[in-house]
Write a protein that binds this ligand. Structure first.
Ligand SMILES: [Zn+2]
Length: 85
């Protein structure tokens, strides 16, 4: 049985979905999908400081992944990487 694989929007590497953070759209902002169960299209990123930093600075890539023009990233997302530093 093949494990689902997704591409990290930070480094562009393909990884197992279970090893990636999942982000979804809430309103027109990107939020972390803590449980990884929210419906709809998701954007994925490694649990890695550098990947997250790149991801959170790249609205265009996230918009492409979610197939919608996003307004921005929810401010709490910054705390993900504060906790990793
Ligand atoms: Zn990555």
């Amino acid at each position: 049985m093949a494990e689902p694989v997704r591409t990290c929007l930070g480094c562009g590497k393909k990884k197992f979905k279970k090893n990636l953070l999942r982000f979804v759209l809430e309103g027109n902002e990107v939020v972390l999908d803590h449980e990884a169960i929210a419906l709809g299209r998701g954007a994925y990123c490694c649990l890695d400081k550098n990947c997250l930093r790149f991801f959170l600075r790249n609205k265009k890539k996230a918009s492409q992944a979610l197939r919608v023009e996003i307004a921005g990233f929810r401010v709490e997302l910054a705390s993900i990487f504060r906790s990793k530093e």
